[in-house]
Design a protein around this ligand. Sequence first.
Ligand code: SF4
Length: 480
Amino acid sequence: MIKFDFICTNDEFKNDYMDIVRAFYPYVSAEEGADKLCLSLERKNEFEYVCEIDFKDKKAKESFCIDKRFLPSCDDEQYQIKYRAQIKRNSKVALYDFLSNLTGVKLPYGSLTGIRPTKLYHELIEKGINADEYFMNTLKVSEEKTSLVKDICSNQREFYGVGQDEIDLFVNIPICVSRCVYCSFISAQLDKVKKLVTPYTDLLVKEIELSKKLVKSLGLKIRSVYIGGGTPTSPDEKNFERVVRAAAVDCREYTVEAGRPDTINSEKLRIMADAGVTRISVNPQTFNQKTLDIIGRKHTVKDIYKVYDEARKYSFDINTDLIAMLPEEKFDDFKYSLDCALKLSPENITVHTLALKKGSTLKVEGYDNTSEDTANRMVDYARDTLCGGGYSPYYMYKQKYMSGNLENVGYCKSKKACIYNIDIMEEICGIMANGAGGISKRLFSKDRLERLANPKGIEIYLQREEKILKDKEEFFSLKC
Ligand code: SF4
Protein backbone atom coordinates (compact mmCIF):
# COMPACT_ATOMS: atom_id res chain seq x y z
CA MET A 1 0.00 0.00 0.00
CA ILE A 2 1.26 3.49 -0.87
CA LYS A 3 0.70 5.98 1.94
CA PHE A 4 0.67 9.74 1.55
CA ASP A 5 -0.47 12.86 3.32
CA PHE A 6 -2.93 14.42 0.87
CA ILE A 7 -2.56 18.19 0.53
CA CYS A 8 -4.52 20.33 -1.90
CA THR A 9 -4.56 24.05 -2.52
CA ASN A 10 -8.28 24.09 -3.11
CA ASP A 11 -10.29 23.16 -0.05
CA GLU A 12 -13.56 23.58 -1.91
CA PHE A 13 -13.10 20.21 -3.62
CA LYS A 14 -11.07 18.42 -0.98
CA ASN A 15 -13.87 15.99 -0.04
CA ASP A 16 -14.37 15.11 -3.69
CA TYR A 17 -10.65 14.50 -4.16
CA MET A 18 -10.69 12.33 -1.05
CA ASP A 19 -13.45 10.24 -2.65
CA ILE A 20 -11.00 9.45 -5.46
CA VAL A 21 -8.23 8.64 -2.99
CA ARG A 22 -10.57 6.35 -1.04
CA ALA A 23 -11.68 4.63 -4.22
CA PHE A 24 -8.08 3.44 -4.66
CA TYR A 25 -8.06 1.77 -1.25
CA PRO A 26 -6.37 -0.71 -0.49
CA TYR A 27 -3.69 0.37 -2.98
CA VAL A 28 -3.30 3.80 -1.41
CA SER A 29 -4.16 5.36 1.92
CA ALA A 30 -4.11 8.99 3.02
CA GLU A 31 -2.38 9.34 6.38
CA GLU A 32 -1.08 12.38 8.16
CA GLY A 33 2.67 12.40 8.60
CA ALA A 34 3.41 10.33 5.49
CA ASP A 35 5.15 11.85 2.43
CA LYS A 36 3.08 14.65 0.95
CA LEU A 37 1.06 14.22 -2.23
CA CYS A 38 0.21 17.77 -3.34
CA LEU A 39 -2.49 18.83 -5.76
CA SER A 40 -2.67 22.44 -6.91
CA LEU A 41 -5.22 24.00 -9.16
CA GLU A 42 -4.55 27.25 -10.99
CA ARG A 43 -6.81 29.37 -13.17
CA LYS A 44 -5.01 30.45 -16.34
CA ASN A 45 -7.81 32.47 -17.90
CA GLU A 46 -11.61 32.56 -17.86
CA PHE A 47 -12.00 29.05 -19.21
CA GLU A 48 -8.63 27.37 -18.73
CA TYR A 49 -7.16 25.67 -15.67
CA VAL A 50 -4.00 23.78 -14.83
CA CYS A 51 -3.87 21.01 -12.28
CA GLU A 52 -0.47 19.95 -10.97
CA ILE A 53 0.14 16.94 -8.78
CA ASP A 54 3.37 15.74 -7.27
CA PHE A 55 4.43 12.99 -4.96
CA LYS A 56 8.09 12.29 -4.26
CA ASP A 57 9.74 12.13 -7.71
CA LYS A 58 6.48 11.75 -9.65
CA LYS A 59 4.91 14.84 -11.22
CA ALA A 60 1.93 15.46 -13.48
CA LYS A 61 0.57 18.61 -15.10
CA GLU A 62 -2.85 18.60 -16.78
CA SER A 63 -4.51 21.55 -18.51
CA PHE A 64 -8.21 21.56 -19.11
CA CYS A 65 -10.81 23.91 -20.51
CA ILE A 66 -14.34 24.51 -19.32
CA ASP A 67 -16.69 22.97 -21.88
CA LYS A 68 -19.26 25.66 -22.69
CA ARG A 69 -21.81 23.05 -23.76
CA PHE A 70 -22.39 22.27 -20.06
CA LEU A 71 -23.08 25.90 -19.13
CA PRO A 72 -26.50 27.52 -19.13
CA SER A 73 -26.82 30.48 -21.47
CA CYS A 74 -27.23 33.17 -18.80
CA ASP A 75 -24.58 34.01 -16.26
CA ASP A 76 -26.52 33.33 -13.06
CA GLU A 77 -26.24 31.09 -10.01
CA GLN A 78 -26.83 27.97 -12.11
CA TYR A 79 -24.01 29.03 -14.41
CA GLN A 80 -21.64 29.19 -11.45
CA ILE A 81 -22.79 25.79 -10.17
CA LYS A 82 -22.24 24.14 -13.56
CA TYR A 83 -18.93 25.95 -14.03
CA ARG A 84 -17.60 24.72 -10.68
CA ALA A 85 -18.91 21.21 -11.36
CA GLN A 86 -16.63 21.08 -14.41
CA ILE A 87 -13.56 22.29 -12.56
CA LYS A 88 -14.22 19.61 -9.98
CA ARG A 89 -14.84 16.89 -12.57
CA ASN A 90 -11.73 17.69 -14.60
CA SER A 91 -9.40 17.99 -11.65
CA LYS A 92 -10.75 14.69 -10.29
CA VAL A 93 -9.82 13.11 -13.62
CA ALA A 94 -6.27 14.50 -13.24
CA LEU A 95 -6.00 13.02 -9.75
CA TYR A 96 -7.48 9.72 -10.92
CA ASP A 97 -4.92 9.48 -13.75
CA PHE A 98 -2.09 10.23 -11.35
CA LEU A 99 -3.14 7.57 -8.84
CA SER A 100 -3.88 5.07 -11.60
CA ASN A 101 -0.34 5.54 -12.95
CA LEU A 102 1.11 5.41 -9.45
CA THR A 103 -0.60 2.13 -8.56
CA GLY A 104 -1.07 0.53 -11.98
CA VAL A 105 -4.76 0.07 -11.09
CA LYS A 106 -7.77 1.01 -13.21
CA LEU A 107 -11.08 1.38 -11.38
CA PRO A 108 -14.35 0.24 -12.99
CA TYR A 109 -15.88 3.70 -12.61
CA GLY A 110 -12.66 5.59 -13.28
CA SER A 111 -12.87 9.11 -11.87
CA LEU A 112 -16.62 8.91 -11.37
CA THR A 113 -17.44 8.88 -7.67
CA GLY A 114 -20.83 10.66 -7.62
CA ILE A 115 -24.03 9.02 -6.50
CA ARG A 116 -25.83 9.23 -9.84
CA PRO A 117 -23.78 8.18 -12.89
CA THR A 118 -26.97 7.82 -14.93
CA LYS A 119 -27.99 11.41 -14.32
CA LEU A 120 -24.77 12.60 -15.90
CA TYR A 121 -25.19 10.20 -18.82
CA HIS A 122 -28.71 11.56 -19.49
CA GLU A 123 -27.35 15.13 -19.32
CA LEU A 124 -24.64 14.34 -21.88
CA ILE A 125 -27.19 12.89 -24.28
CA GLU A 126 -29.45 15.92 -23.88
CA LYS A 127 -26.51 18.19 -24.73
CA GLY A 128 -25.77 16.20 -27.86
CA ILE A 129 -22.46 14.93 -26.46
CA ASN A 130 -21.35 11.37 -27.21
CA ALA A 131 -21.97 9.98 -23.72
CA ASP A 132 -20.16 6.66 -24.24
CA GLU A 133 -17.05 8.41 -25.46
CA TYR A 134 -17.17 10.96 -22.63
CA PHE A 135 -17.57 8.24 -20.01
CA MET A 136 -14.76 6.06 -21.37
CA ASN A 137 -12.25 8.59 -22.70
CA THR A 138 -12.73 11.57 -20.39
CA LEU A 139 -13.92 10.04 -17.15
CA LYS A 140 -12.06 6.73 -17.65
CA VAL A 141 -15.10 4.57 -16.88
CA SER A 142 -14.64 1.00 -18.10
CA GLU A 143 -16.44 -0.14 -21.23
CA GLU A 144 -18.47 -2.60 -19.19
CA LYS A 145 -19.74 -0.03 -16.67
CA THR A 146 -20.40 2.46 -19.46
CA SER A 147 -22.60 -0.13 -21.12
CA LEU A 148 -24.43 -0.78 -17.82
CA VAL A 149 -25.13 2.94 -17.39
CA LYS A 150 -26.22 3.18 -21.02
CA ASP A 151 -28.64 0.23 -20.64
CA ILE A 152 -30.15 1.72 -17.52
CA CYS A 153 -30.60 5.11 -19.16
CA SER A 154 -32.30 3.62 -22.15
CA ASN A 155 -34.62 1.60 -19.87
CA GLN A 156 -35.51 4.81 -18.03
CA ARG A 157 -36.35 6.90 -21.09
CA GLU A 158 -40.07 6.14 -21.05
CA PHE A 159 -40.31 7.55 -17.50
CA TYR A 160 -38.63 10.82 -18.33
CA GLY A 161 -41.67 12.72 -19.54
CA VAL A 162 -42.73 13.88 -16.08
CA GLY A 163 -45.44 16.54 -16.16
CA GLN A 164 -44.80 19.88 -14.43
CA ASP A 165 -47.83 19.17 -12.29
CA GLU A 166 -46.66 15.75 -11.04
CA ILE A 167 -45.13 15.03 -7.66
CA ASP A 168 -44.20 11.94 -5.62
CA LEU A 169 -45.33 11.42 -2.05
CA PHE A 170 -42.76 9.95 0.32
CA VAL A 171 -43.54 8.80 3.85
CA ASN A 172 -40.82 7.86 6.30
CA ILE A 173 -41.14 5.45 9.21
CA PRO A 174 -37.59 5.41 10.62
CA ILE A 175 -38.09 2.46 12.95
CA CYS A 176 -36.60 -1.04 12.83
CA VAL A 177 -36.92 -4.11 15.03
CA SER A 178 -33.15 -4.52 15.36
CA ARG A 179 -30.09 -2.88 13.87
CA CYS A 180 -28.22 -4.46 10.96
CA VAL A 181 -24.45 -4.27 11.34
CA TYR A 182 -23.98 -2.38 8.06
CA CYS A 183 -26.68 0.22 8.75
CA SER A 184 -25.92 3.90 9.16
CA PHE A 185 -29.48 5.22 8.80
CA ILE A 186 -31.03 7.21 11.58
CA SER A 187 -33.50 4.52 12.42
CA ALA A 188 -34.75 3.92 15.95
CA GLN A 189 -35.05 0.48 17.45
CA LEU A 190 -38.70 -0.33 18.09
CA ASP A 191 -38.26 -1.46 21.69
CA LYS A 192 -36.61 1.87 22.51
CA VAL A 193 -39.31 4.08 20.97
CA LYS A 194 -42.43 1.99 21.60
CA LYS A 195 -44.10 4.82 23.52
CA LEU A 196 -43.49 7.24 20.67
CA VAL A 197 -45.06 5.13 17.93
CA THR A 198 -48.61 6.42 18.45
CA PRO A 199 -47.65 10.13 18.79
CA TYR A 200 -45.38 9.71 15.76
CA THR A 201 -48.23 8.18 13.78
CA ASP A 202 -50.54 11.02 14.87
CA LEU A 203 -48.20 13.69 13.54
CA LEU A 204 -47.22 11.72 10.45
CA VAL A 205 -50.86 11.29 9.47
CA LYS A 206 -51.39 15.01 10.08
CA GLU A 207 -48.44 15.86 7.84
CA ILE A 208 -49.66 13.49 5.11
CA GLU A 209 -53.09 15.13 5.25
CA LEU A 210 -51.44 18.55 4.87
CA SER A 211 -49.42 17.25 1.91
CA LYS A 212 -52.54 15.97 0.19
CA LYS A 213 -54.26 19.31 0.80
CA LEU A 214 -51.28 21.14 -0.70
CA VAL A 215 -51.24 18.84 -3.71
CA LYS A 216 -54.88 19.68 -4.33
CA SER A 217 -54.62 23.41 -3.76
CA LEU A 218 -51.52 23.70 -5.97
CA GLY A 219 -53.20 21.78 -8.78
CA LEU A 220 -50.68 18.93 -8.59
CA LYS A 221 -51.11 15.21 -9.26
CA ILE A 222 -49.42 12.47 -7.24
CA ARG A 223 -47.38 10.24 -9.53
CA SER A 224 -46.27 7.63 -6.97
CA VAL A 225 -46.39 6.99 -3.23
CA TYR A 226 -43.48 5.40 -1.40
CA ILE A 227 -43.49 4.44 2.28
CA GLY A 228 -39.91 3.76 3.32
CA GLY A 229 -37.81 3.61 6.44
CA GLY A 230 -36.26 2.09 8.50
CA THR A 231 -38.67 -0.73 8.15
CA PRO A 232 -42.12 0.79 7.74
CA THR A 233 -43.83 -2.46 8.74
CA SER A 234 -42.23 -2.30 12.21
CA PRO A 235 -45.11 -0.53 14.04
CA ASP A 236 -48.15 -2.39 15.33
CA GLU A 237 -51.01 -3.13 12.93
CA LYS A 238 -53.23 -0.30 14.17
CA ASN A 239 -50.68 2.48 13.68
CA PHE A 240 -49.38 0.92 10.48
CA GLU A 241 -52.90 0.87 9.03
CA ARG A 242 -53.47 4.53 9.88
CA VAL A 243 -50.38 5.56 7.90
CA VAL A 244 -51.02 3.26 4.95
CA ARG A 245 -54.62 4.48 4.67
CA ALA A 246 -53.64 8.14 5.04
CA ALA A 247 -51.13 7.85 2.19
CA ALA A 248 -53.50 6.00 -0.14
CA VAL A 249 -54.27 8.24 -3.14
CA ASP A 250 -55.10 7.81 -6.76
CA CYS A 251 -51.71 7.36 -8.48
CA ARG A 252 -49.70 5.08 -10.78
CA GLU A 253 -47.76 3.21 -8.10
CA TYR A 254 -47.94 2.72 -4.34
CA THR A 255 -44.94 1.08 -2.68
CA VAL A 256 -44.43 0.01 0.90
CA GLU A 257 -40.82 -0.94 1.44
CA ALA A 258 -41.94 -3.58 3.92
CA GLY A 259 -38.47 -5.01 4.02
CA ARG A 260 -37.72 -7.32 6.86
CA PRO A 261 -39.67 -10.56 6.91
CA ASP A 262 -39.90 -10.51 10.72
CA THR A 263 -42.11 -7.40 10.55
CA ILE A 264 -44.57 -8.62 7.92
CA ASN A 265 -47.58 -10.77 8.78
CA SER A 266 -50.82 -11.71 7.10
CA GLU A 267 -52.70 -8.85 8.79
CA LYS A 268 -50.26 -6.22 7.51
CA LEU A 269 -50.37 -7.73 4.03
CA ARG A 270 -54.16 -7.49 4.09
CA ILE A 271 -53.97 -3.87 5.31
CA MET A 272 -51.68 -2.98 2.40
CA ALA A 273 -53.81 -4.79 -0.16
CA ASP A 274 -57.00 -3.11 1.12
CA ALA A 275 -55.36 0.32 0.92
CA GLY A 276 -54.37 -0.22 -2.71
CA VAL A 277 -50.63 -0.80 -2.27
CA THR A 278 -49.24 -2.08 -5.58
CA ARG A 279 -45.64 -2.90 -4.70
CA ILE A 280 -43.87 -4.17 -1.60
CA SER A 281 -40.40 -5.32 -0.66
CA VAL A 282 -39.55 -8.56 1.03
CA ASN A 283 -35.84 -8.18 1.58
CA PRO A 284 -33.74 -11.25 2.28
CA GLN A 285 -30.29 -9.57 1.77
CA THR A 286 -28.93 -13.14 1.84
CA PHE A 287 -30.36 -16.66 1.85
CA ASN A 288 -27.58 -17.92 4.13
CA GLN A 289 -28.72 -18.31 7.74
CA LYS A 290 -25.20 -17.94 9.09
CA THR A 291 -24.89 -14.51 7.45
CA LEU A 292 -28.34 -13.39 8.61
CA ASP A 293 -27.21 -14.11 12.17
CA ILE A 294 -23.93 -12.24 11.68
CA ILE A 295 -25.56 -9.12 10.22
CA GLY A 296 -28.13 -8.83 13.00
CA ARG A 297 -31.32 -9.75 11.14
CA LYS A 298 -33.47 -11.49 13.71
CA HIS A 299 -35.25 -13.77 11.27
CA THR A 300 -34.63 -17.05 9.53
CA VAL A 301 -34.36 -18.05 5.89
CA LYS A 302 -37.60 -19.96 6.42
CA ASP A 303 -39.31 -16.67 7.40
CA ILE A 304 -38.30 -15.16 4.06
CA TYR A 305 -40.01 -17.97 2.12
CA LYS A 306 -43.05 -17.96 4.41
CA VAL A 307 -43.66 -14.22 4.05
CA TYR A 308 -42.94 -14.28 0.32
CA ASP A 309 -45.53 -17.07 -0.22
CA GLU A 310 -48.06 -15.21 1.90
CA ALA A 311 -47.47 -11.97 -0.07
CA ARG A 312 -47.97 -13.84 -3.33
CA LYS A 313 -51.62 -14.40 -2.37
CA TYR A 314 -52.12 -10.74 -3.27
CA SER A 315 -51.38 -9.00 -6.53
CA PHE A 316 -48.41 -6.94 -5.28
CA ASP A 317 -45.30 -6.55 -7.36
CA ILE A 318 -42.53 -7.75 -5.10
CA ASN A 319 -38.99 -6.48 -4.80
CA THR A 320 -36.24 -8.44 -3.08
CA ASP A 321 -32.98 -6.81 -2.00
CA LEU A 322 -29.68 -8.69 -1.92
CA ILE A 323 -26.27 -7.46 -0.78
CA ALA A 324 -22.96 -8.53 -2.30
CA MET A 325 -19.90 -8.78 -0.02
CA LEU A 326 -21.70 -9.37 3.26
CA PRO A 327 -19.37 -10.38 6.11
CA GLU A 328 -17.78 -13.79 5.66
CA GLU A 329 -19.58 -14.43 2.38
CA LYS A 330 -17.60 -15.83 -0.51
CA PHE A 331 -18.60 -15.75 -4.15
CA ASP A 332 -20.51 -19.04 -3.86
CA ASP A 333 -22.57 -17.75 -0.92
CA PHE A 334 -23.69 -14.74 -2.92
CA LYS A 335 -24.32 -16.88 -6.00
CA TYR A 336 -26.52 -19.15 -3.89
CA SER A 337 -28.58 -16.18 -2.63
CA LEU A 338 -28.96 -14.72 -6.11
CA ASP A 339 -30.08 -18.10 -7.47
CA CYS A 340 -32.59 -18.48 -4.61
CA ALA A 341 -34.01 -15.00 -5.29
CA LEU A 342 -34.28 -15.74 -8.99
CA LYS A 343 -36.22 -18.96 -8.31
CA LEU A 344 -38.81 -16.94 -6.40
CA SER A 345 -39.26 -14.85 -9.55
CA PRO A 346 -40.03 -11.46 -7.95
CA GLU A 347 -40.84 -8.54 -10.25
CA ASN A 348 -37.78 -6.63 -8.99
CA ILE A 349 -34.43 -7.75 -7.64
CA THR A 350 -32.12 -5.06 -6.29
CA VAL A 351 -28.47 -5.97 -5.95
CA HIS A 352 -26.57 -3.79 -3.49
CA THR A 353 -22.85 -3.86 -2.87
CA LEU A 354 -21.91 -3.59 0.77
CA ALA A 355 -20.90 -0.05 1.75
CA LEU A 356 -18.93 0.46 4.94
CA LYS A 357 -20.70 3.60 6.03
CA LYS A 358 -19.67 5.83 8.89
CA GLY A 359 -21.66 5.03 12.00
CA SER A 360 -22.33 1.40 11.06
CA THR A 361 -21.25 -1.33 13.48
CA LEU A 362 -19.07 -2.87 10.78
CA LYS A 363 -17.19 0.38 10.26
CA VAL A 364 -16.81 1.03 13.97
CA GLU A 365 -15.45 -2.48 14.49
CA GLY A 366 -12.93 -2.00 11.69
CA TYR A 367 -14.34 -4.61 9.32
CA ASP A 368 -12.40 -4.51 6.08
CA ASN A 369 -13.90 -5.96 2.93
CA THR A 370 -11.38 -5.12 0.29
CA SER A 371 -11.56 -8.03 -2.13
CA GLU A 372 -12.59 -6.05 -5.14
CA ASP A 373 -12.13 -9.12 -7.33
CA THR A 374 -14.81 -10.96 -5.37
CA ALA A 375 -17.07 -7.90 -5.37
CA ASN A 376 -16.68 -7.62 -9.14
CA ARG A 377 -17.37 -11.31 -9.65
CA MET A 378 -20.52 -11.08 -7.56
CA VAL A 379 -22.04 -8.07 -9.31
CA ASP A 380 -21.01 -9.42 -12.73
CA TYR A 381 -22.65 -12.74 -11.92
CA ALA A 382 -25.81 -10.92 -10.82
CA ARG A 383 -25.93 -8.86 -14.00
CA ASP A 384 -25.30 -11.79 -16.36
CA THR A 385 -27.72 -14.11 -14.57
CA LEU A 386 -30.52 -11.60 -14.15
CA CYS A 387 -30.24 -10.23 -17.68
CA GLY A 388 -30.23 -13.81 -18.96
CA GLY A 389 -33.26 -14.54 -16.77
CA GLY A 390 -35.60 -11.90 -18.17
CA TYR A 391 -34.65 -8.91 -16.00
CA SER A 392 -33.26 -5.54 -17.10
CA PRO A 393 -31.30 -3.01 -15.06
CA TYR A 394 -33.49 0.07 -14.59
CA TYR A 395 -31.94 2.25 -11.88
CA MET A 396 -28.65 2.54 -10.10
CA TYR A 397 -26.79 4.56 -7.52
CA LYS A 398 -23.40 4.59 -5.95
CA GLN A 399 -22.52 5.24 -2.34
CA LYS A 400 -19.33 6.16 -0.59
CA TYR A 401 -17.21 3.36 0.86
CA MET A 402 -18.65 0.65 -1.39
CA SER A 403 -16.76 -2.58 -1.88
CA GLY A 404 -14.69 -2.27 -5.07
CA ASN A 405 -16.16 1.23 -5.60
CA LEU A 406 -19.06 -0.54 -7.30
CA GLU A 407 -22.77 0.22 -7.40
CA ASN A 408 -26.33 -0.73 -6.42
CA VAL A 409 -28.51 -1.80 -9.33
CA GLY A 410 -32.24 -2.39 -9.48
CA TYR A 411 -33.37 -5.03 -11.99
CA CYS A 412 -36.94 -5.46 -13.14
CA LYS A 413 -39.05 -7.71 -15.27
CA SER A 414 -40.57 -6.14 -18.36
CA LYS A 415 -42.90 -3.20 -17.51
CA LYS A 416 -42.20 -3.61 -13.79
CA ALA A 417 -39.78 -0.74 -13.12
CA CYS A 418 -40.45 1.16 -9.89
CA ILE A 419 -41.27 4.73 -10.90
CA TYR A 420 -40.32 6.21 -7.52
CA ASN A 421 -36.83 4.67 -7.62
CA ILE A 422 -36.20 6.26 -11.01
CA ASP A 423 -37.65 9.62 -9.94
CA ILE A 424 -35.56 9.89 -6.81
CA MET A 425 -32.31 8.78 -8.43
CA GLU A 426 -32.64 10.85 -11.58
CA GLU A 427 -34.25 13.81 -9.79
CA ILE A 428 -36.83 14.21 -12.52
CA CYS A 429 -39.84 14.75 -10.27
CA GLY A 430 -40.51 16.74 -7.11
CA ILE A 431 -41.08 14.91 -3.85
CA MET A 432 -43.35 15.84 -1.00
CA ALA A 433 -41.75 14.05 1.94
CA ASN A 434 -43.40 13.31 5.25
CA GLY A 435 -42.04 12.14 8.57
CA ALA A 436 -38.76 12.35 10.44
CA GLY A 437 -35.77 12.48 8.10
CA GLY A 438 -37.94 13.09 5.01
CA ILE A 439 -36.44 15.44 2.41
CA SER A 440 -38.87 17.25 0.16
CA LYS A 441 -37.65 18.37 -3.24
CA ARG A 442 -38.99 20.97 -5.62
CA LEU A 443 -37.88 21.09 -9.20
CA PHE A 444 -38.07 24.70 -10.30
CA SER A 445 -36.39 23.85 -13.59
CA LYS A 446 -34.20 21.07 -15.01
CA ASP A 447 -31.18 22.71 -13.40
CA ARG A 448 -32.70 24.03 -10.21
CA LEU A 449 -33.76 21.73 -7.42
CA GLU A 450 -34.42 22.94 -3.90
CA ARG A 451 -34.71 20.80 -0.77
CA LEU A 452 -36.51 21.02 2.52
CA ALA A 453 -35.43 18.58 5.22
CA ASN A 454 -37.56 17.50 8.16
CA PRO A 455 -35.72 16.91 11.45
CA LYS A 456 -34.09 13.48 11.51
CA GLY A 457 -34.92 11.93 14.86
CA ILE A 458 -38.45 10.96 15.93
CA GLU A 459 -38.25 12.96 19.17
CA ILE A 460 -37.17 16.20 17.48
CA TYR A 461 -39.77 15.67 14.79
CA LEU A 462 -42.45 15.50 17.48
CA GLN A 463 -41.12 18.60 19.22
CA ARG A 464 -41.21 20.72 16.06
CA GLU A 465 -44.70 20.01 14.79
CA GLU A 466 -45.73 23.59 14.19
CA LYS A 467 -42.54 24.57 12.36
CA ILE A 468 -42.52 21.46 10.18
CA LEU A 469 -46.05 22.03 8.93
CA LYS A 470 -45.52 25.77 8.42
CA ASP A 471 -42.20 25.29 6.58
CA LYS A 472 -43.75 22.72 4.30
CA GLU A 473 -46.64 24.95 3.36
CA GLU A 474 -44.29 27.84 2.63
CA PHE A 475 -41.79 25.74 0.70
CA PHE A 476 -44.39 24.35 -1.68
CA SER A 477 -46.19 27.67 -2.06
CA LEU A 478 -42.99 29.54 -3.08
CA LYS A 479 -43.18 31.07 -6.52
CA CYS A 480 -40.29 30.32 -8.90
S1 SF4 B 1 -33.56 -2.89 8.13
FE1 SF4 B 1 -32.57 -1.29 6.94
S2 SF4 B 1 -32.88 0.61 8.09
FE2 SF4 B 1 -33.30 -1.11 9.48
S3 SF4 B 1 -31.41 -1.48 10.56
FE3 SF4 B 1 -31.41 -2.85 8.79
S4 SF4 B 1 -30.40 -1.67 7.17
FE4 SF4 B 1 -30.95 -0.23 8.78
